[in-house]
Design a protein around this ligand. Sequence first.
Ligand code: AVI
Length: 309
Amino acid sequence: MSAEEDVREGLSAKQKHLPAYLFYDERGGQLFTQITTLPEYYLTRAEREIFTTQQDEIAELLTADAKQLSVLELGAGSAEKSQILLKALAKRCALTFYPVDVDSAALQVCCTNLAQQPSLRVSPMVMQNQEALSVFQRVSGPKAIFFIGSSIGNLSDDEARSLLQSVRASLGSGGFLLLGADQTKDIQTLLRAYDDAQGVTAQFNLNILSHINQRFGANFDLSRFAHRAIWNESARAIEMHLVSQQTQQVDLTTLGFSIRLQAGETIHTESCAKYDERRITHLLSSAGLTRHATLQDTKKQFAVYLARA
Ligand code: AVI
């Protein structure tokens, strides 16, 4: 579906919702970068700790005796965290790195960061994940796919399964998936990570409305909405919502329709699923992948899974 169709369908539903990819206009990208440095948002620090302290173990598992390796990273951005692993891998074998992103400026930063690395060739792919996975399927030799940052948690279980099935097809047999996934933990820690004291996550959530205003000629008044993060026990996920502070009408001029919101009604903007070993193993096996190793940070807040096709 196009973004127009996603917005129209989402805002016409009984429980209004918007696709999380619409967070990421230029300002949304900046706010997300800011989120990753917040004291409450432990995810990025924990995953970086795993990569930093266990890089040799991960590199050993991924390369074994291979003389060469091709690594594709989904949603790579500037590859700020994965470069830790790439440098460790390049010490062991001839490495070709295929960072995938729709943001060409971020990929440019990635190429600059990784230039001058001996034994490392970078081949950026400015495209959607699915298209990149099809291209990577034709690459021969030992392969690995990185999908880190707990981005999997922003997909529904069906979407996650379907993406992992494409990953499996792209890897062929024997390849590795390196998957970063946030762990289930006490609810207060989770809620604080998505409702920080400085209100950066609130700005990030509200920014989706500014993006829609600009892109679709809508007239959302941001002061009439409030950020809310809740724990959905049955989905084992944090949900982010925007709560209408009053009864109101919003016009989406370019899309040619209007919506009415009651006071207290919410627009669901994102789900961030949390995992334990059982949930991950089940998800992986439903896509034809087998969990091979699990690495955790010292506080056991986050996990990096190595799975084999
Ligand atoms: C990008 N993604 C993994 C983040 C998460 O934690 O699910 C997005 C995010 N939303 C609010 N804070 C961070």
